[in-house]
Design a protein around this ligand. Structure first.
Ligand code: ZN
Ligand code: ZN
Length: 238
């Protein structure tokens, strides 16, 4: 599990929808200390006795935790049979990270809560088999929207969030041909629309709109399958 901003009840409801239980969770990774990401982690971890992982900086900002296991945000580490590579991102938190997960020759990238694109992000996210990517806001909607000026500046700033165009720019730096799934996430309910995200991303990377998914804040998303394309080693050794 990555982050959790929900109550135990709401989390259990969402887990049930996916056919899993809290007791199935082997670890919770916390990306950073903002409430929508960490607010529900301590109680859920305590309820189901789940180990919690975070960078040293994030852990230092996490209150009310029995224990937090720290990872070095410059180094990959193992959780079961998954290799986790933290990616430091420019966001207004103490030591925020996002992740790349590798298992069984497959690579999943998760990238939200970043105000700008770094070369390091591009390097680490390249050649993913699946990617969950932030499309937080549409610039025009944010500028003309209801947020107070200071919040607009925060969101748009280099340590804020990616807008639709920045997300597209990041995608244009990546090899998207390897992607089996591209899911757009952390979409603002006030400053963006699912249609806008689907339209602009599908046009930019020339894919079918229906191939994309925008994660719904209420419903989340269903499981997706990643399949290994085993033409490399196994064919060679056959
Ligand atoms: Zn945040
Ligand atoms: Zn966030």
């Amino acid at each position: 599990m990555i982050d959790n901003g929900f109550s135990i009840k709401e989390t259990d409801k969402r887990m049930q929808r996916l056919g899993v239980a809290g007791s199935d969770v082997s670890a919770i990774l916390v990306t950073h200390e903002h409430g929508d990401h960490v607010g529900g982690v301590a109680r859920y971890a305590r309820r189901y006795n789940i180990p919690v992982w975070a960078s040293y900086g994030t852990a230092a900002m996490m209150k009310n935790f029995d224990s937090v296991q720290c990872f070095n945000s410059h180094k990959p580490f193992e959780l079961g049979d998954i290799s986790v590579e933290p990616i430091l991102v420019p966001h207004d938190a103490r030591e925020p990270t996002q992740f790349v997960f590798k298992s069984n020759h497959l690579k999943l990238g998760v990238m939200t809560d970043t105000g700008s694109i770094t070369q390091h992000m591009v390097d680490v996210l390249n050649d993913c088999d699946a990617l969950i990517l932030e499309c937080n806001y549409d610039r025009e909607m944010l500028l003309n929207g209801v947020y107070p000026e200071s919040l607009k500046q925060r969101v748009m700033g280099d340590w804020g969030h990616l807008d639709n165009q920045q997300a597209i720019e990041l995608l244009q730096h990546l090899n998207t041909a390897t992607l089996q799934h591209l899911v757009l996430a952390h979409v603002s309910e006030k400053n963006n629309s699912h249609d806008l995200v689907l339209d602009s991303v599908s046009k930019a990377i020339q894919c079918d709109r229906a191939w994309l998914e925008v994660i719904d804040q209420e419903m989340g998303m269903a499981w997706r399958n990643l399949t290994t394309n085993i033409k490399s080693n196994e064919t060679l050794h056959a």
